[in-house]
Ligand binder design. Structure first.
Ligand SMILES: [Zn+2]
Length: 294
């Protein structure tokens, strides 16, 4: 299946490239929903399971299957769980930018977004980390986010959804690779549940999830797509879910034509691939004449 594929393109001869990404949100998305949730010990400890139990387990699983991954860590999480950050670094995986507070960029002015972006870089910088990529909190970047990513010298973003292969975004500060995620390849929609704040209401069977993701990999092998998987250690760090993820990875490896890559290496390959679509973002403007003001 790989024989007629271009070895020099972003897939480097693989039928499908898979990126395993772990967003170590911990308490940050709950606090972004309301500072009052800091008083809810159940909600806070539910989230703390990610850095405390989920990450070490995930690191062991990645060691077992000998595949690389990318960990997107908000600044506040890095500050609260420094040992977890060191564990990820010691394991040799990539650490990338995932905002400071996990507040969404669309709820902020551009100045506030820039301040949050900058603070996250300082938080990771204290560990000697100079992230090469960014993922917007809740995958809600502003139209200017890629400009920030380029201005600060990062190589890629992973938040936009208008493709299932990498593409290149040209900004006045330089070109960044976009590595598109999707809600269907996110464990949040499958597993997230809290009574308050409502982060999800259904707890899916990990067996169903494994089936769904393996089916997607097989389809993507035919279509030459990017399997950008997003998992959260507070969710996928639970035992049954982690074993389903292991099954997905082992099944992909058995196929023989799926290559696992960090986002950083994938971005490098994408930036060097002249065949990829490149251009500036094309923001949507909604006419007040055509659409009501709400
Ligand atoms: Zn997140």
């Amino acid at each position: 299946m790989t024989s007629d594929l271009d070895q020099s393109g972003w897939r480097q001869g693989a039928a499908c490239v898979a990126a395993l990404t772990f967003d170590v949100d911990a308490e940050s998305p709950i606090l972004a929903a309301g500072r009052r949730y800091a008083d809810n010990a159940m909600a806070m400890t539910h989230q703390a399971f990610g850095p405390k139990v989920g990450v070490p387990r995930i690191l062991q699983m990645l060691k077992d299957v000998q595949q690389p991954a990318t960990f997107f860590i908000p600044g506040v999480t890095a500050e609260r769980y420094p040992r977890m950050v060191e564990q990820v670094l010691e394991s040799g995986h990539e650490i990338a930018h995932h905002s400071h507070t996990h507040r969404t960029a669309v709820s902020m002015t551009f100045d506030d977004e820039r301040a949050d972006f900058d603070r996250a870089l300082s938080a990771l910088g204290r560990f000697g980390i100079s992230p090469k990529g960014h993922r917007a909190a809740l995958w809600e970047p502003s139209w200017q986010t890629p400009l920030l990513v380029a201005e600060y010298g990062l190589k890629y973003d992973s938040s936009l959804m208008d493709a299932d292969v990498p593409y290149l975004i040209e900004t006045p500060a330089g070109t960044v690779a976009e590595l598109p995620p999707h809600w269907s390849l996110d464990d949040w929609e499958q597993y997230a549940f809290l009574p308050e704040p409502k982060i999800g209401e259904v707890i899916q069977s990990p067996l169903v999830v494994a089936d769904m993701w393996i089916h997607e990999i097989d389809a993507m092998r035919r279509h030459g797509a990017l399997f950008m998987l997003t998992c959260h250690p507070f969710l996928t760090g639970r035992a049954g879910r982690l074993e389903s993820l292991r099954t997905v990875i082992e099944t992909a490896l058995e196929r023989g034509d799926v290559r696992f890559s960090t986002c950083e290496a994938l971005a490098e390959a994408a930036l060097g691939d002249a065949a990829l679509i490149a251009g500036p973002l094309n923001p949507v403007t909604a006419s007040a004449e055509l659409y009501p003001d709400y």
